[in-house]
Design a protein around this ligand. Structure first.
Ligand code: NAD
Length: 486
């Protein structure tokens, strides 16, 4: 690869790297320049089937291995990711565009799931339940669900993979993974490191492809695959759920968001302004938990807006490899056009542009960090995921109106609010219909807490002790004639 970076470019199937059937390739580009940085194998449906065959072969031994053995391999994988931090981070910045400092943070975040689930592997307990009859015993066993198909997005090229693969492997499942076609290099490097950690062949198979829907048909049409775990858009999530009904595979979905960010008049405005930097500008606003709707109490709206304008004016936009850059490009021209369309729509419906609002001239898919004021609920910025560096500020009069505005969404992933009033903190945290609440906190993602959404933001949770549950079946054994010589 370019710049001496280490990443495989072939498919990982059955413990070895090999080209796609027919030698097909797909190009990976740097979104900050539009230049091709590598070509990787472009998997066909035959490759998808071969991956399932490999996962099938690997399953009995992996499932039967002791939790301690699985845990040891995961711990070694964690250590290798840490040791490869510089390489992994640079690959990520090149193929995703995020600033290098964010890529370093993502390597740590991604690896933290591997460490966490290496530990959780040893804590998958069953139970013995008192029976109604003296000669009976009731046992509850927890077992791996089997082969897992995982489909992941480009916005967190490492963490969205480890958040699924680590708990699946910890539980004793084997995995077929389709990473996003925009960011396959990070995925393939993670696979290579897992092999170096001593993983048996076939427990993780990685197949990039340009034929996402055909892969979903292949995997969900195969009754050997028992679970689909997906992170991406709500529309694709719904399509996968429909397809999973054929063989009734289990489904976990981490989908879109439209996070409200509420600033009450008793908030510490410094804390709220600092919170918005992470909540809005991480990955140039291309995160599922990005603060999309900034709802500010009318008494502090002007002061807060001025603070944010000054703060955002100082942020540097550019290539993620350059020192001091805080905002990188959109992943694609399509992504950029969506952001610009949201700004245009808001302006047409009466919003004012306080800052930015244009593309950045030159190569790459950059958009200026943008601040819109006077936004109202009917605008697209208030209803859809913008997935870009746009702050849209609306005002509210009281707590009731703030909660109503915040809950007026089909999504329910994350919500942020800022207050110094303890009773209000409790009340509002309970009233918000969201799976994750950032209370005076703009950066909550962490391996030990359950991450996931209400409503159309998904099903299931990743991380925390809940994360491994998604990959476990429950079996009830009723044992009779105990103590009767049987
Ligand atoms: P996307 O749904 O277009 O793509 C996600 C993945 O699905 C990619 O691997 C893609 O190749 C694949 N895919 C696309 N069409 C498919 C199809 N018809 N069948 C099967 N697979 C298909 O989403 P995206 O634009 O790449 O990612 C951004 C979305 O992901 C946003 O909506 C964001 O909110 C969401 N996201 C959610 C979380 C979360 O934890 N809830 C985390 C990150 C991103």
């Amino acid at each position: 690869m370019r710049n001496g970076l280490k990443a495989p470019t072939d498919l990982l199937i059955g413990g070895g790297f090999r080209p796609a059937q027919g030698g097909r390739t797909l190009d990976v580009e740097d979104p900050a320049t539009g230049e091709r940085i590598a070509s990787v194998g472009d998997g066909t449906v035959d490759d998808a089937r071969a991956a399932t065959d490999a996962a099938t072969q690997a399953l009995p031994a992996w499932r039967a291995a002791s939790a301690y053995e699985r845990s040891r391999i995961l711990r070694r994988w964690f250590g290798l990711q840490q040791a490869d931090k510089e390489n992994l981070a640079r690959i990520m910045t090149l193929e995703n565009g995020k600033p290098l400092s964010e890529s370093y943070a993502e390597v740590d975040y991604a690896a933290s799931f591997v460490e966490w689930f290496a530990e959780e592997a040893r804590r998958v307990y069953g139970r013995v339940v008192p029976a109604t009859r003296a000669e009976k015993r009731i046992l509850v066993l927890r077992q791996a669900v089997g082969i897992v198909a995982a489909i992941t997005p480009w916005n967190f090229p490492a963490a969205m993979i480890t958040r699924k693969v680590a708990p699946a492997l910890a539980a004793g499942c084997t995995v077929v993974l389709k990473p996003a076609p925009e960011t396959p290099l990070t995925a393939l490097r993670l696979g290579e490191l897992l092999l170096q950690a001593g993983a048996p062949a076939g427990i993780l198979n990685i197949v990039p492809t340009s034929e996402a829907a055909a892969f979903a048909d292949t995997w969900l049409g195969d009754e050997r695959v028992r679970k689909i775990t997906f992170t991406g858009s709500t529309s694709v999530g719904k399509e996968l759920m429909r397809k999973a009904s054929g063989h009734l595979q289990k489904v976990s979905l981490e989908l879109g968001g439209q996070a409200p960010f509420i600033v009450f008049d008793d908030a510490d405005l410094d804390v709220a302004a600092a919170g918005i930097t992470t909540a809005k500008f991480r990955n140039a606003g291309q995160t599922c938990v990005a603060a999309n709707r900034i709802l500010v109490h009318e008494r502090v709206a002007d002061a807060f807006t001025e603070r944010i304008v000054r703060q955002v004016q100082r942020m540097r936009v550019g290539h993620g490899m350059e020192d001091g850059v805080e905002i990188g490009p959109m992943i694609s021209e399509r992504g950029r056009q969506k952001v610009l369309a949201h700004v245009e729509d808001a302006v047409a419906l009466g919003a004012s542009v306080r800052l930015g609002g244009q593309t950045v001239s030159g190569p790459g898919y950059f958009v200026e960090p943008t601040i819109l004021t006077d936004v109202s609920p009917k605008m697209r910025v208030m209803r859809e995921e913008t997935f870009g560096p746009v702050i849209a500020i609306a005002r509210f009069r009281d707590e009731r109106e703030a909660v109503e505005l915040a809950n007026d969404a089909e999504y329910g992933l994350a919500a942020y609010f800022f207050t110094r009033d303890g009773s209000r903190a409790w009340r509002v945290a309970e009233a918000l219909e969201y799976g994750i609440i950032g209370l005076n906190d703009g950066a909550f993602s962490t391996a030990q807490a359950p991450f996931g959404g209400y409503k159309e933001s998904g099903l299931g949770r990743e991380g925390g002790k809940e994360g491994i549950e998604e990959f476990l079946e429950t079996k009830f054994v009723s044992w009779g004639a105990v103590g009767m010589g049987v």
